[in-house]
Write a protein that binds this ligand. Structure first.
Ligand code: PGA
Length: 249
């Protein structure tokens, strides 16, 4: 059985005061959740979150990582080793905002995934189509290519990745994929993993992301190939995020 995961991507939101309040409200509210839970704060707040969450069931992730493995002259970059050393359990790679705003392409996403695995930080590899790509009937082609590059690049550790299917048109828009639309793509991703190995298809979690909220979480999470959620906006509200975490059956 795959352990379901709900991860809250805070993006560039919060400050030390709001984070203290959020986590103080969140931790007791999710103590009984059947899901594994992670929060993914802006990088400078990782140590604060690691401290505040010590002894709780909530782990901490980072929003991006350098593809460079060795220390060196890479101003502004943070390595996967540094993330591991700071207590990060997970890291997002290939979030659509990194792809569209910061020019991250499939090869870079694959290199970042590899760097994370080398440092034993678990990568959450984000894939998803734009509205235009969906309307052109290219959803499975786009998602397939994004994931293929990662699977083909990794030398080992494929079973340690988590995939997040996040249709770009659903991120931050209030538009959610219907459970059927999401399940269709998740099932396709599962088939793609199975083409690599049956074990991989059984092991790798596939999260759904894109306007997940308390009101739609249970229905999404009930789909056979949806193993949890990657939650943006709704993860900034402790009560709402806890309700999403507690919607895991
Ligand atoms: P959203 O963001 O839940 O605000 O749509 C999801 C994400 O970007 O991971």
């Amino acid at each position: 059985m795959r352990q379901k995961l709900v991860a809250g991507n805070w993006k560039m939101h919060g400050n030390s005061q709001s984070i203290r309040e959020l986590l103080a409200a969140l931790t007791p509210a999710v103590a009984e959740s059947a899901a594994e839970i992670a929060v993914i704060p802006p990088l400078v707040y990782v140590p604060l979150c690691v401290d505040l969450l010590a002894g709780s069931k909530v782990s901490v992730g980072a929003q991006t990582v350098s593809e460079q493995c060795d220390p060196g002259a890479y101003t502004g970059e943070v390595s996967a080793e540094m993330l591991a050393d700071s207590g990060c359990h997970y890291v997002l790679v290939g979030h659509s905002e990194r792809r569209s705003l910061y020019g991250e392409n499939d090869a870079l996403v694959a290199a970042k995934t590899e760097a994370a695995l080398n440092a034993k930080v678990l990568p959450i590899v984000c894939v998803g189509e734009t509205r235009e790509q969906r309307e052109a009937g290219d959803t499975l082609k786009v998602v397939g290519r994004q994931l293929d590059v990662v699977l083909a690049t990794l030398k080992s550790g494929h079973e340690k990745i988590t995939v997040a299917y996040e249709p770009v048109w659903a991120i931050g828009t209030g538009l959610t994929a219907t459970p059927e639309q999401a399940q269709e793509v998740h099932a396709f991703i599962r088939t793609q993993l199975a083409a690599h190995s049956a074990e991989l298809a059984d092991t790798v979690r596939i999260l759904y992301g894109g306007s997940v909220k308390a009101a739609n979480a249970a229905e999404l999470f009930a789909q056979p190939d949806i193993d949890g959620g990657l939650v943006g906006g709704a993860s900034l509200d402790a009560e709402e995020f806890a309700a999403i975490c507690n919607a895991i059956g």
